[in-house]
Design a protein around this ligand. Structure first.
Ligand SMILES: [Zn+2]
Length: 346
């Protein structure tokens, strides 16, 4: 069973000692051993009760191994697997039991951001990555980044504008995410960082033009449907809603409040966050105009507007170009027939 990022973070941060006690595992009878400080003792698994020699180990302290256990006879697993074995539950029931024991109904709730950053760093280290944090504004002096932005956008984007508003973006210098800009992504509702997006930074590589799927990578299991890029830095009660991070960055630079859903399939969490935060939205998804110019009612942007229209004023914009291709605020105003007045007024 592969754990997603949120599950990993949650499992690492629960009070394992307390849960062990609840499961009837008497850690006071265990000995500490090895460089990771594993607890070693008689196997507590139900059918292993006549264990005369220590044949069970569990780690409770190591940042990467906390909650991981091993029975020398039958193997081991995550802390959820331990609950399964001790209480004879299936995976889903064991996870739910553990959630309830840690005071949660689901994993939708807040996770401490320092733990997430620690975990992200650990994941990156596994793939031999080095992240170099960029000081605020430094990107303006960074030739490689500026060149990339200029070549790809065909205009120069004063990136410091968005750098200031996002949480410490960085450039990765080695390994899997090499030469990519790392952009942290936060939970749409509680604002805590839950994952990141890694943008290709090599303008000469034809495989990774900015709009190709390969130009943007997320860590495996990223809960991207729980994020809304830029929601933390919009301070109006209305906003543009676009698909991509670059779309949002670019529109924001033109002076228009913008957030990005990262997909044209907008999740329930994202919809909840939008309803909670805004009274009016302008939806401008990529390619709606090209694909469905003659049949506008079928576009994803239109559907989102319909779904949210009972909660707020919604306007679907059919831009003849993708939002990050619109070269000026004047052009944007021209395209946004209905949005014009609003944008001019605000
Ligand atoms: Zn055992």
């Amino acid at each position: 069973m592969n754990l997603n990022l949120q599950e990993k973070i949650w499992l690492k941060n629960i009070d394992h000692r307390k849960i062990c006690k609840k499961l009837g595992i008497d850690l006071s009878a265990f000995k500490r051993s090895g460089s990771n400080g594993d607890y070693i003792g008689r196997c507590p698994l139900p059918e292993h009760g006549d264990d005369k020699h220590p044949s069970f180990s569990i780690n409770l302290d190591h940042p990467d191994k906390r909650g991981v256990w091993q029975c020398f006879v039958e193997g081991g697993g995550t802390f959820i697997h331990l609950v399964m074995r001790m209480l004879n539950l299936d995976y889903t029931a064991a996870k739910q039991w553990l959630l309830n024991e840690t005071g949660l109904d689901s994993l939708d709730g807040p996770i401490p951001s320092h733990e997430i950053i620690k975990l992200l760093t650990a994941e990156i280290k596994q793939e031999d990555e080095i992240i170099i944090p960029l000081p605020r504004g430094m990107i303006q002096q960074d030739d490689e980044v500026l060149h990339y932005l200029t070549v790809h956008r065909k205009y120069s984007l004063p990136a410091a504008n968005w750098m200031i508003n996002t949480l410490s973006p960085s450039i990765c210098s080695k390994g899997y995410y090499r030469d990519r800009i790392i952009i942290p992504l936060c939970h749409a509702i509680n604002g805590r960082q839950i994952t990141f997006q890694a943008f290709a930074l090599d303008p000469t590589n034809p495989i990774t033009p900015i709009d190709s799927p390969k130009s943007k990578l997320f860590p495996r299991g990223s809960p991207t449907s729980h994020t809304l890029f830029g929601i933390d830095s919009v301070n109006t009660n209305w906003t543009f809603i676009v698909e991509g991070v670059w779309d949002a960055m670019w529109l924001r630079w033109l002076g228009v409040p913008s957030i990005a859903t990262l997909s044209s399939n907008v999740s329930e969490t994202q919809k909840r966050a939008i309803i909670k935060r805004f009274v009016q939205i302008f939806v401008a998804f990529d390619g709606d105009f090209h694909l469905d110019f003659k049949n506008r009612g079928t576009t994803k942007g239109y559907k989102l507007c319909c779904q949210l229209s009972q909660f707020m004023k919604t306007i679907n914009l059919y831009l003849p170009q993708d939002p990050d291709q619109v070269k000026s605020l004047e052009l944007l105003r021209k395209f946004c027939k209905y949005g014009k007045k609003i944008i001019l007024d605000k």
